[in-house]
Design a protein around this ligand. Structure first.
Ligand code: ASP
Length: 325
């Protein structure tokens, strides 16, 4: 078994960061670097046989580019067989229940089922009734645990490089999460992960896009962008989720841009070495200016690269409990 400071992975599924202890989060982060190295191999095969002969099913009920391809690649780099099911092309459009669809997938002996669903709670429901390892790839506004783990890993790697300290962690750093907090499962999962790892999190956006009582999650909330990003080590911009907006949550896009867009001008209020993150897809020049997204402070593509390694780590831990790493 892989042990990170004595922690052993015992979970069958990954549904939400809320279910993980700090030690379990750190175990995932400590397992990922070996898989970063696999993906970076310049000669030889970018694969390890840890899931050889296993079946990983990607089952997506909502659009996705990064997460779906990242899981698929992660499974392939672990040498698993992969299948993809998209809702529009599956029997759910004919009225088949989630349970029946999964029972049929399991009749083909699936080992891991990665599910994205617009209904919060769907992955948990399936995990409680089925034997496959279920990974939540985003459920409604609820959770997106693998995004939070890859974000925490990206921040930790950055801190380790910047401080030249191989043991640096998130303890005591300030992370400002800016934008549509209300509709964001990424914000909810990031808040849980970052605070469990000891970071101070400030959430910022128009009052209508801040969930009521968000402070109960252990964060500071503000509508003032300058206050949010002052002293921040990380500025995390979120997408305005047009598809989940009830009408009228902010008066106009122009006003949102003026008050909350992360651009070179607003970033003058953040420390010079603050990094900028975004989960993608970006509404360019709405929540994030292109000059920043493509600029030197952006670690957005590092997030994408790390996503594959972190998802390899999670699938390995779920299936093998960390054995034979
Ligand atoms: N890709 C992320 C998600 O699925 C973020 C977003 O869509 O804005 O939640």
């Amino acid at each position: 078994m892989t042990e990170s400071h004595g922690t052993v992975w015992t979970k069958k599924d990954l549904i939400a960061i809320a279910d993980l202890s700090r030690a379990e989060i750190e175990l995932v982060l400590d397992t990922a670097p070996q898989f970063v190295a696999v993906s970076k191999r310049s000669s030889g095969i970018k694969k390890v046989p840890l899931l050889q002969g296993r079946l990983v099913v990607n089952w997506f009920h909502e659009p996705s580019t990064r997460t779906r391809t990242s899981f698929e690649l992660a499974a392939k780099r672990l040498s698993a067989d992969t299948l993809s099911i998209t809702a529009a092309a599956s029997s759910s459009v004919k009225g088949e229940t989630l349970h029946d669809t999964l029972a049929n997938i399991e009749a083909m002996h699936s080992d891991v089922v990665v599910i994205r669903h617009n209904c919060a709670g769907a992955p948990l429901l399936l995990a409680q009734h089925h034997a496959s390892h279920i990974i939540n790839a985003g459920d409604g506004r609820h959770a997106h645990p693998t995004q939070a783990l890859l974000d925490a890993f990206t921040i930790r790697e950055h801190l380790r490089r910047r401080r030249n300290d191989p043991n640096a962690g998130l303890d005591g750093i300030k992370v400002a999460i800016v934008g549509d907090i209300l509709h964001s499962r990424v914000a909810r999962s990031d808040i849980r992960a970052f605070t469990k790892l000891g970071a101070h999190v400030t959430v910022c956006g128009p009052a209508t896009l801040l969930p009521p009582e968000v402070e109960k999650l252990g964060v500071t909330a503000t509508c003032d962008l300058r206050e949010a990003i002052a002293g921040a080590d990380v500025v995390y911009a979120l997408r305005i989720q047009m598809e989940r907006q009830a009408a009228g949550l902010f008066p106009s896009l122009r006003e949102y841009i003026r008050l909350y867009r992360i651009d070179n001008d607003s970033l003058r209020h953040a420390p010079e070495d603050a990094i900028v993150m975004h989960p993608g897809p970006i509404n360019r020049d709405v929540e994030l200016a292109s000059e920043v997204a493509d600029g030197p402070r952006s670690v957005i593509l590092e997030q994408v690269s790390n996503g594959v390694a972190v998802r390899m780590a999670i699938m390995h831990l779920l299936v093998n409990g960390g054995a034979a790493s």
